[in-house]
Design a protein around this ligand. Structure first.
Ligand SMILES: [Zn+2]
Length: 58
């Protein structure tokens, strides 16, 4: 059996092979769940995360 392990981006659904995401990916834990974002989404997510933080701090 050929079991392929892949990591999926939780934002856009992009997949890469491997047990660990590439170094360019971002791994974050939100409410106890691990979320992974590809390098493209990392930039987008980081930006929106900062924006969200600002508005949710109120
Ligand atoms: Zn992505």
């Amino acid at each position: 059996m050929n079991v392929s392990v892949s990591v999926t981006c939780d934002f856009c659904g992009r997949q890469v092979e491997g047990e660990q995401p590439p170094l360019t990916w971002t791994t974050s834990v939100e409410r106890g769940r691990v979320r992974r974002y590809c390098e493209t989404c990392s930039r987008t997510h980081l930006r929106s995360m900062e924006a969200k933080l600002d508005s949710e701090w109120w």
